[in-house]
Design a binder for this molecule. Sequence first.
Ligand SMILES: [Zn+2]
Length: 269
Amino acid sequence: MFEKLENRYFFTGKLVLENEMHIGSGKGDGTTDALVVKDFNEKPFIPGSSVRGVLRSTIERIAASLGKNPCLLESDNCVTNSRDVLQKEFKKLLEKKNKAQIDAFLNNDSKICSVCRLFGSTVVASKIRITDLLLEEEKAEPSVRHGVAINRDTETAQDKAKFDFEVVPKESSFSFELIGENLTDDDLALLAVGIQEMMDGNFWLGGNTARGLGRCKLKGLAIKYFKGADGLKQYLTDKTLTSMPVKDFLNSIKSLVREEARYAQEDIE
Ligand SMILES: [Zn+2]
């Protein structure tokens, strides 16, 4: 899209495994059925898309409970699922290239849900990117766990179906970087909900999470940003960024919760 760059936020830290983790590569070798994903140095890594998926579903669940209408079930209030009406309307706006009208559409809660606004969908661009998370240590030798392949239809163990899978050892640490652009206060608040869950360790990646595998925690979070034309110029010329205290960022969650309280009040009146 032709959207202007209003601001950019850099969230960095490290994601530390509280337990072993299995993110499958879809491949096996002669001895192990499921190997973990590895980078070109043969070191395990975490695809940014994996973190992004879990972060999105974490935020969706909580946003739904706060009445912020994720669009998974209701199709009438989000352009992503409302094929006939809202998608046609949005397409027309894009053709006209009227920025004010497009902005108004994208900021209207009855046209697009808050989660699609942040993470994007097949219809709208995402505001955030998560870089692949590389291992910080020199190496982390994966080990092999033995499981049993479960027949999904009968939910019983299949005959002779022993299933070996590789895991990355606990306490392995991966570099985390999330970049957000053109974030509004609402976007930041929603993101804070998900990031706080990561910091609290309510975050599981990969397979076998029902058995506790893949639990991880975000540590050492730092937030830096620039905003406005002047901020952009300074960033371009000497990489100047402003720091945002993590406490202030997490405090933005209160605005979401208060908003919810206000809506509830209006419902009563
Ligand atoms: Zn949506």
